[in-house]
Design a protein. Structure first.
Length: 109
């Protein structure tokens, strides 16, 4: 199980960032496009993907610093692509519910 996400994260994931840094605006729009290609259209669907990635995803890397540990996992989404999800464990306590910090959809060509 993961912690709930801030509304700002969902806005970023679903293309609702339209002001601020141009890079963030472009990434937000690309996230919306890629998630749509993968058939993910709602926050509820995305939360299910995050839970599945946490439980069943392939671990790509783990990094720790003074703030905690980030574990990046990958989960296949049908035949169209996959999503890499970064989970942050505050203080490095792997027994706590992690926060989702990053989502990187990858569409197969």
């Amino acid at each position: 199980m993961i912690n709930t996400l801030a509304e700002a994260k969902f806005n970023y994931f679903f293309g609702k960032v339209v002001t601020g840094d141009i890079h963030n605006i472009q990434r937000s729009a690309q996230n919306l496009k890629d998630l749509g290609t993968l058939g993910i259209k709602s926050e509820n669907q995305l939360m299910k993907i995050f839970s599945k990635a946490l439980a069943e995803g392939v671990e790509l890397r783990s990094q720790s610093n003074k703030f905690g540990t980030t574990v990046t996992k990958s989960i296949e989404i049908g035949a169209k692509g996959k999503i890499n999800v970064a989970f942050f464990y505050e203080g490095g306590n792997m027994a706590t519910k992690p926060k989702v910090t990053t989502l990187i959809p990858q569409i197969y060509k």
